[in-house]
Write a protein of this length. Structure first.
Lengths: 604, 424
């Protein structure tokens, strides 16, 4: 009796032991989930957001900086029942919004009850002081400090761009995997172009905490912690005073002002009108303001200096002159009769040389010049001859930086257009076009398109007598740093430097005795400029254009001004350009009548 | 008179060594639980569990000495008296007891409190062994079975009065002793089947599906067997009994069992049931153990057990610390030690020359096994959370002393086995 029962009991005991060991092997060795859960439990991952790099103007004035902001984060696992009425009162949200926020948060893909999750962003620092006192009544909620962007002046919006939460699309496209939902990223302007330099490197601190969420020191003595590295500061070439003055002058007008230091390509001011206060697109009101601004019919987000493509008008005559001289179809002394039968002209002049033709902006002169250039008799057939001439012309014009992206350090730059033979083949759907079809190019009308930054660069080329540095906003990355390498390279035009003296003389003449004499001239400095009046479809007024540089020798500023629907170039554009030059060179303007003329005249 | 204390040559030193190993490991683990890297701590500090446990261990050695000094015949002779005394204490608990953690099962003696239910285990073991060892005892005798059942049920009931469900069901482990001593395996099989059906009752929402299935199974058995009237009647009666069992079990679950036990049972059959609520303990316990990996995070380096994620980790969930800090290797070590102890106890029980000592030995093995299986089983989610301690590891004087007394009475009996008349 009872034989084998000892063995059965021994078997049962051992069996249970073995089952335990197998189960333990599964959860301890084979299944990594538990280790992760344990880390989520006891290790609090605290991200340290680096401060974004600051942006200065050329005189070390701060134009973009960071202000503290506080985000409310929640670890759902730690949330206990709380007084929702009080919560809503403290955080100034409605019960509905509270429920909505919980729902939205839980719907997010990366949501985990063990991880801190963004609950409410950008409590202002005033809120934070109040919230802090109540925070311990809501276990599971934490305040995460970070910074938000602020701008020193209510100007330069389109050049600076803005910083906002990364969009879902961009997050999906981000292959570097640097960004996480809720991260802030530069969305346009300098903020976007220099995002990599500005953002710095996030740091992470791993902290141990107990079940109540109370911190118990650092994990493994901080072995895995990384320090945050602040973003690099940027020194721009912008003169913020000049910039603000330019925006002041452009108030109520559509158009742009681009001022460049010719010797370096540094942009002194980049005015786009109409504009907005960059501080509107920061902080918690970003979304509502963005909607307002982007729906504005005046399109303040449209960065005209880079994106608006216009016909250049008469300023283009200088480029024609340089090209013709280089092609040796004229000399500076070539006189051409002002024959107004094909193309109209203005002013009293009859038989000018090149300088005079530029100063008086003689249309028939440049009509003739272009014909000489395009039809040089290389090929007998007038169609084929124009093709050859146009290809050559295109090469020269493109070397001024027209018809292509200059490569400024801002996104969304437009190319403009310098027609090629192939362009006209497409336009005429055949090769049957010749000079008489395309002569409008001669006076900067027709198919030509340029953007204001190219016009300013063109002024800088003449100021430099034949070369340019790609215009750029940032002159130094980091204190005592350098600009990006592409901005340290000198670009030459295809025109011999010696020919530029003709352009310089002519432009001086424009201001002193030609079309621009009344408003562009300055008493203490020789200003060189060129007016342009770009035809517009009636009843709209023509566009007012002016390019200039000063002083004549060793110029420190080259400028282009383009005012839409404002009539002759000699009026609004020339006035604004000369005021800008005066302001930059002397720190102040002494011609209140011109300033009043610009500010009060509706140019209608 | 024999020198009772001078049995060093006959004491089973293998068991003593296992005992010392288990108690030492237990103490080190309790230190690991209370250890706080940021606090200035002294391992001996009596305000810490580790310091107090050391005191309990010291007291255990005095108890061991006392057990060895007392005449070996004392335990058999005074079994009823000891049993009676413990029952009296259990009766007193609801009157003068104090409540700790929802269970009113403690009697205070100044700064210390005792848990009489812990001592009911060895007392019941003694009295059951005495009955089984008595002359002319026959296990298949209904009267004997009724007596034994009564001896178990009375302390169980008294302990249930203290709402200490865990300790009460430990007394079920005596079934293993009865089995060894001749109880029909049929009863055990019925018991296991009942448990199985009970689990099914919990899983299957509508018990009428379950009842239908049982009727179907029995109908098939009837159909394919000899269709005699007697057989059909017997099988029908069987089916009816099972259905009635299900109904009564369902009734017990829904109306008698405290809600927290019912929830725990539900949590057991469904591991995903309320993981942050009723299953919080098990969830956290599994996280702690599971995060240990193969070799563990290292002594005092546990994060889960250190920062209170696992509740009651010094007592019921002490195994988490082992699992987390020493990994699977640590689990293997502890489980192997327990298995070795159990096999050794069975070996000792089998070499006894009288039935009293053998039955007592099996009681010790069964109780240890039950604690071991239920405690570790619950920490890894194989058993419902039933708060019973892991022998020698869980913090607490009463349980340590209870297990010590259980084990060393056996060793005392074993040391004198050659002096007793063979009565098997």
């Amino acid at each position: 009796m009872n034989q084998g029962r000892k063995e059965i009991l021994q078997f049962v005991f051992l069996l249970v032991g073995v089952i335990f060991l197998i189960k333990l092997f599964f959860i301890q060795v084979l299944d990594n989930r538990y280790a992760e859960l344990a880390d989520g439990n006891a290790i609090l991952r605290q991200v340290e957001y680096p401060s974004r790099g600051l942006i200065y103007d050329r005189n070390q004035k701060l134009i973009a900086f960071n202000s503290p902001e506080y985000d409310l984060e929640v670890i759902m696992k730690d949330v206990k029942r709380f007084d929702s009425e009080k919560f809503c009162a403290v955080f100034e949200i409605s019960q509905e919004e509270l429920r909505k926020r919980f729902k939205e948060m839980k719907a997010r893909k990366e949501y985990s009850p063990y991880k801190p999750t963004l609950f409410m962003n950008q409590l202002s620092s005033i809120d934070f002081a109040k919230v802090q006192d109540y925070l311990d009544e809501f276990p599971g909620f934490y305040v995460q400090a970070r910074t938000t962007r602020s701008y020193g002046a209510p100007s330069l919006a389109n050049a600076l761009g803005y910083v906002s939460e990364i969009s879902k699309d961009n997050l999906a496209r981000d292959e570097s995997k640097i960004y996480k939902q809720g991260d802030y990223v530069g969305q346009s302007g300098i903020e976007a172009f220099y995002e990599e330099q500005l953002r710095g490197k996030r740091g992470v601190r791993f902290k141990l905490r107990n079940v109540k969420g109370i911190e118990k020191g650092s994990f493994k003595s901080g072995e895995y912690d990384t320090l945050s590295v602040p973003g690099q500061n940027l020194i721009t070439g912008i003169d913020i005073d000049l910039q603000q003055y330019g925006e002041y002058l452009m108030n109520g007008k559509a158009g742009s002002i681009v001022a460049i230091e010719p010797s370096s390509g540094e942009i002194l001011s980049l005015v786009s009108g109409p504009s907005y206060d960059p501080n509107l697109l920061t902080g918690r009101n970003y979304s509502s303001n963005f909607k307002l601004i982007s729906n504005d019919t005046l399109k303040p987000l449209f960065n005209r200096p880079l994106m608006a493509q216009y016909r250049p008008g008469s300023i283009f005559k200088i480029a024609q002159a340089m090209t013709a001289l280089q092609e040796k179809v004229i000399t500076p002394d070539t006189r051409i009769r002002c024959d107004r039968s094909i193309i109209n002209c203005h002013g009293a002049h009859t038989n000018e040389d090149l300088r005079g033709a530029i100063a008086n902006s003689c249309n028939p002169y440049f009509h003739n010049v272009l014909r000489r250039m395009l039809n040089q008799g290389v090929v007998d057939d007038p169609f084929g001859d124009t093709r050859v001439g146009l290809a050559e012309w295109n090469k020269h014009i493109m070397s001024f930086g027209f018809g292509k992206k200059l490569g400024i350090d801002l996104p969304n730059e437009k190319e403009g257009l310098v027609p090629t033979p192939e362009y006209y083949d497409r336009a005429y759907r055949s090769q049957a076009w010749k000079f008489s079809n395309i002569y409008s190019l001669a006076i900067g009308e027709g198919e030509n398109l340029v953007v204001p930054i190219q016009m300013a660069n063109f002024a800088a080329i003449i100021a430099n007598r034949g070369h340019y540095y790609t215009p750029h906003l940032v002159k130094a990355i980091g204190e005592n740093g350098k600009p990006l390498p592409q901005y340290r390279e000198r670009h030459y035009t295809t025109i011999d430097s010696s020919y530029f003296i003709v352009a310089v003389d002519a432009m001086q003449k424009v201001v002193e005795e030609g079309t621009g004499q009344y408003r562009a001239r300055l008493a203490d400095v020789i200003v060189c400029g060129k007016t342009g009046t770009v035809q517009n479809a009636p009843p709209l007024f023509d566009h007012s254009v002016f390019i200039a540089f000063a002083p004549r020798d060793n110029p420190t500023i080259a400028i282009s001004v383009y005012v839409e629907d404002a009539g002759q170039g000699a009026r609004a554009a020339a006035s604004i350009a000369s005021l800008m030059i005066e302001k930059y060179l002397f720190g102040q303007t002494k011609r209140p009548h011109i300033e009043q003329y610009v500010l009060n005249n509706k140019f209608e | 008179m024999r020198n009772e204390a001078d049995i060093s040559g006959k004491l089973d030193w293998v068991t003593v060594l296992l005992y010392i190993l288990l108690v030492s490991l237990g103490w080190i683990n309790i230190y690991a639980v209370v250890y706080d890297a940021n606090a200035v701590q002294n391992i001996w500090d009596l305000s810490l569990n580790s310091g107090r446990q050391l005191l309990f261990i010291a007291a255990s050695f005095i108890i061991i000495l006392a057990i060895i000094i007392v005449d070996m015949r004392f335990y058999e002779t005074f079994a009823y008296l000891i049993y009676g005394a413990v029952l009296f204490m259990l009766l007193l608990v609801p009157v003068i007891g104090k409540e700790v953690g929802g269970n009113k099962s403690w009697i205070g003696f100044g700064a210390f409190s005792l848990q009489p239910s812990e001592f009911a285990k060895f007392a019941t073991a003694l009295v059951i062994a005495k009955i089984i060892g008595s002359v002319g005892f026959k296990m298949d005798n209904l009267r004997s079975q009724a007596t034994l059942l009564a001896l178990i049920v009375v302390p169980m009931a008294l302990i249930l009065l203290q709402k200490d469900f865990g300790t009460a069901i430990v007394f079920a482990s005596f079934l293993l002793v009865f089995y060894r001593e001749g109880m029909s395996p049929f009863l055990l099989i019925v018991g296991v089947s009942m448990a199985f059906i009970a689990i099914l009752t919990l899983i299957v929402e509508n018990q009428w599906y379950l009842n239908g299935a049982i009727v179907l199974v029995f109908a098939i058995i009837v159909f394919f067997g000899k269709r005699t009237v007697k057989r059909i009647l017997t099988l029908s009666a069987g089916a009816l009994i099972i259905i009635l069992t299900i109904q009564s079990f369902d009734y017990v679950i829904n109306n008698v069992l405290p809600v927290r036990h019912k929830k725990r049972l539900e949590a057991l059959v469904n591991p995903n049931f309320d993981p942050m609520g009723i299953n919080w303990n098990v969830t956290q316990s599994k996280i702690a153990i599971g995060s240990g990996g193969f070799m563990g995070k290292g002594f005092l380096k546990g994060t889960q057990t250190k920062f209170d994620f696992v509740p009651e980790q010094s007592t019921d969930f002490i195994f988490c610390t082992i699992g987390e800090e020493h990994g699977w290797f640590g689990s293997l070590t502890v489980i192997t030690l327990f298995m070795t102890l159990l096999m050794r106890v069975i070996f000792i029980a089998e070499r006894q020359k009288n039935r009293f000592a053998r039955a007592y030995g099996y009681s010790v093995a069964s109780i240890f096994f039950f604690h071991f299986a239920v405690n570790i089983g619950m920490t890894i989610g194989l058993f419902p959370v039933i708060g019973i301690p892991l022998p020698f590891f869980s913090y607490g004087g009463s349980s340590l002393w209870s297990f010590t007394i259980l084990l060393f009475i056996l060793l005392k009996l074993d040391a004198h086995r050659s002096q007793v008349l063979q009565r098997i």
